[in-house]
Write a protein that binds this ligand. Structure first.
Ligand code: SF4
Length: 291
């Protein structure tokens, strides 16, 4: 009770867009998630989207909690299903701006198939994937993004599985927009969110974020801030980089930038084109019959 009273004395700069009745949040101190939520809100405001038509969808895990903390229309869905849920929302109400914010475990393991097919179809949604290289909430198991050699609770001798290169995967599957930043690239991250949110088609941004409690501890990475500084020191910005050639590891460069920014027909545009084609063909058929 005392704590709550103390917290209520301070006004958070994003208070208007957060559910303050849910504070204090459950995230660990120096986790990157707070920075990413702030960047997302700033990006949305910068893009000038109608906040009343902005919807956030999250899956399960630490990042999945975002849906519960933002004061927007938001949905906390089941494990791995944030993308199909978001796709359904967008197709049902195309005036909405729909943003999935979820973690690497949720989006790339159980939800992996949904991600590649939404990208292939170019469904008009935005996906922010917070990559902390591990399953944080459930005890530090290997994720599909855990770097080779990294320790986790299911890889006590070091991970021997090749991780996914998320931007390469999204680009290969057909995403209209694919970017990667670390949580310390605050301004660029905000700009990227603003850019993708107003772009048509399937847009994907990966944010490398420190998991101070689990990944840092298992890999002797120090505090969340130490980990964040390490990521920043390894970061190189190269917008021209081929996303297929920039996988992440334990100590190689973290190539950041906007690698894909293209326009191609969205899923809904293809549906409309298909209906028009069908109508034209039917008319042609009717003409032939009449003659
Ligand atoms: S477990 Fe890791 S990812 Fe989850 S809140 Fe803590 S620091 Fe963040």
């Amino acid at each position: 009770m005392e704590n709550n009273t103390e917290i209520q004395q301070y006004k958070h700069s994003m208070e208007e867009y957060l559910r303050m009745d849910r504070m204090p949040h459950i995230w660990c101190s120096s986790c990157g998630l707070g920075i990413i939520v702030t960047s997302f809100i700033k990006g949305a405001l910068q893009a000038g989207v109608d906040i009343n038509k902005l919807v956030v969808v999250s899956g399960i895990g630490c990042t999945g909690r975002v849906a519960g903390y933002v004061r927007l229309d938001s949905y906390h869905t089941t494990h791995g299903r944030a993308i199909p849920f978001a796709a359904g929302l967008k197709l049902a109400n195309r005036d909405l701006t729909v943003v999935v914010i979820s973690g690497d475990g949720d989006l790339l393991a159980i939800g992996g198939n949904h991600l590649i097919h939404a990208a292939r179809r170019n469904v008009d949604i935005n996906v922010i994937c917070v990559n902390n290289f591990i399953y944080g909430m459930t005890g530090g198991q290997n994720a599909p993004t855990t770097p080779l050699g990294a320790y986790s609770s299911t890889a006590p001798y070091g991970n021997y599985e090749q991780p996914f290169n998320l931007v390469g995967l999204a680009a290969a599957a057909g995403a209209s927009y694919a970017a990667r930043w670390t949580a310390l690239h605050l301004k660029r991250l905000t700009d990227s969110f603003a850019e993708m949110i107003t772009k048509k088609g399937f847009c994907f941004t990966e944010v490398i974020s420190p998991c101070s409690t689990v990944f840092a501890r298992k890999n002797k990475g120090g505090t969340g801030l130490d980990l964040l500084m390490e990521y920043k020191s390894r970061a190189v910005i190269d917008h021209e980089a081929n996303p297929q050639t920039i996988p992440l590891g334990m100590d190689n460069e973290i190539v950041c930038g906007v690698f894909v920014n293209e326009d191609r027909p969205t899923f809904w545009e293809n549906v409309q084109n298909g209906i028009e084609r069908k109508v034209k063909r039917t008319r042609l058929y009717e003409d032939i019959k009449i003659r």
